[in-house]
Ligand binder design. Structure first.
Ligand code: PEP
Ligand code: CO
Length: 468
């Protein structure tokens, strides 16, 4: 590491800030714990446990985000809307890693840039909700807020906020990261051989031949590099994976916020990349106050309902030093809203002098509620998203940034490596009646393995076309 890396602007570290400052601010989306002593005990236990990530990994991510701002990298962030404790197992974790790795190779190939891989994993256990209570048949209970808080079943015991879940969440995050680190150190490099890519869906797509050719050309490019270097790609290019989650439960985030030897400032060592959700992006609120003081790169969701003034205030709070790599703005307007909403945001941020990384989340503005007429979920109200809406928002995002003299520097997906049917569309032409053949998400619908890979190929194709 060079000296300049160690001496990056550290005025944040010198500011008068403490990890508990959020307590003096209005802080939305926090669960109500019935027993304060039990919460205090859980938090004390978290404080004594080892961190999940290190400050040097966080610093590496910050430098990579800065390179993405300069156009030298592209960020891929993806994973579950909410992880589940009972899905902390080898198959879901390996499947998630596999799809993210394959997507990143496709994007690197199309964009001719290195890809920063960030998982929505190893801690994505808490969800903001639009209502704090749910009523069924006249019975009112707290809403499900993610496994770090309560359980989804509709009964008083499961829905009560249980502070021991915070400790359990830390443990499951550690188990997840441990397995991911082991997979990366081990045989995951084999994945780049096309025979491991599941391209069945391509036979349903008019672009099937093109997809096949793309994967073969990635395989060839990797083999060529390997023969030049005399070693396997997995060994020679550090296959970095970073973790991310929404910094929502501030009791948890505070307990994992630490100082480290030889580096100034406070670090959130629960994750590399915390982000602030749209519902908690109040510039004067607890979440922003908390994130303003930590050294990690910070993501913030930007979308409908946020004013230009609010965004500028957020930039001022979170990136007062105008430090490249510090701030990532993740916009999620929806295909119908991006054209009206985004240009003014890009313009206003440019005028602040801050240079954030701009990322598009084409998922959260494109959620629809449908009642399938037939199929496994006939007559039920189901949340879904369509592949075509998601792709359309992304394509608009590339164009709007280019037209505004900015650049789209990354993409953010809710996806799973498994074969669920939660989103419609894609090469197999999934329709509402197919929903629920496998529908496991307790919260938002995710792209499945095939839809995710196809999405990466469509983006790569677009990046390729614009760079040639
Ligand atoms: C999410 O990313 O799961 C989420 C809740 O997003 P947003 O804050 O953009 O609604
Ligand atoms: Co979501």
């Amino acid at each position: 590491m060079s000296t300049s890396d160690q001496n990056h602007p550290d005025s944040r570290a010198e500011r008068d800030w403490s990890p508990s400052d959020w307590r003096a601010r209005p802080t939305s989306q926090q669960p109500v714990y019935e027993e304060p002593e039990a919460l205090a005990k859980a938090v004390a236990s978290l404080r004594s446990l080892p961190p999940l990530v290190t400050s040097w990994e966080i610093d590496r991510l910050r430098r990579q985000v800065a390179e993405a701002v300069e156009g030298r990298r592209f960020l891929l962030q993806g994973g579950d809307c909410a992880e589940r404790f009972d899905e902390c197992g080898s198959e879901p974790i390996a499947a998630r890693l596999k799809i993210l790795l394959q997507m990143s190779l496709v994007l690197a190939h199309g964009g001719r840039r290195r890809v920063i891989r960030v998982g929505r994993f190893a801690g994505q256990y808490a969800k903001p909700r639009s209502a704090s209570a749910e009523i069924r048949d006249g019975v009112e209970l707290p809403t499900y807020r993610g496994d770090n808080v309560n359980a989804p079943a509709f009964n008083a015991a499961d829905r009560a906020a249980d502070p021991d879940r915070l400790v359990e969440g830390h443990a499951r995050s550690a188990l997840t990261l441990n397995f991911i680190r082991a997979l990366i150190d081990g045989g995951f490099a084999d994945l780049h051989h096309p025979e491991y890519w599941d391209l069945d869906f391509a036979s349903h797509s008019p672009r099937g031949g093109e997809y096949q050719a793309m994967v073969e050309s990635i395989g060839e490019a990797l083999r060529f590099m390997e023969s030049l270097a005399g070693k396997q790609v997995g060994e020679m290019s550090q296959v970095d994976f970073f973790s991310s989650h929404e910094a929502l439960l501030l009791e948890y985030e505070e307990a994992l916020t630490r100082q480290v030897p030889h580096r100034p400032g406070w670090w959130n060592l629960a994750t590399h990349f915390p982000w602030i959700g749209l519902r908690t992006a109040d510039p004067d609120g607890g979440h922003v106050t908390y994130c303003s003081g930590i050294q990690n790169p910070i993501g913030v969701k930007v979308g409908p309902g946020m004013s230009v003034e609010q965004l500028v205030a957020l930039v001022d709070r979170l990136d007062p030093d105008r430090e490249v790599g510090r701030l990532t703005l993740i916009h999620r307007f929806g295909r119908a809203g991006i054209d009206a909403g985004l240009p003014a945001m890009i313009d206003a941020v440019a005028r602040t002098g801050s240079r954030p990384l701009w990322v598009c989340d084409p998922m959260h503005g494109n959620t629809r509620t449908v009642v399938p007429e037939s199929g496994p979920l006939a007559g039920e109200t189901v949340k879904t998203r369509s592949f075509e809406d998601i792709l359309d928002e992304l394509e608009q995002a590339f164009e709007i940034h280019a037209a505004c003299g900015s650049a789209l520097g990354g993409v953010h997906f809710e996806l799973t490596g498994e074969n669920v049917v939660e989103c419609t569309g894609g090469a197999r032409g999934l329709v509402d009646a197919d929903l629920g053949r496998e529908y496991r998400s307790q919260v938002d619908p995710r792209l499945n393995y095939e839809q995710s890979l196809e999405m990466a190929m469509r983006i790569a194709r677009r990046m390729r076309a614009t760079s040639e």
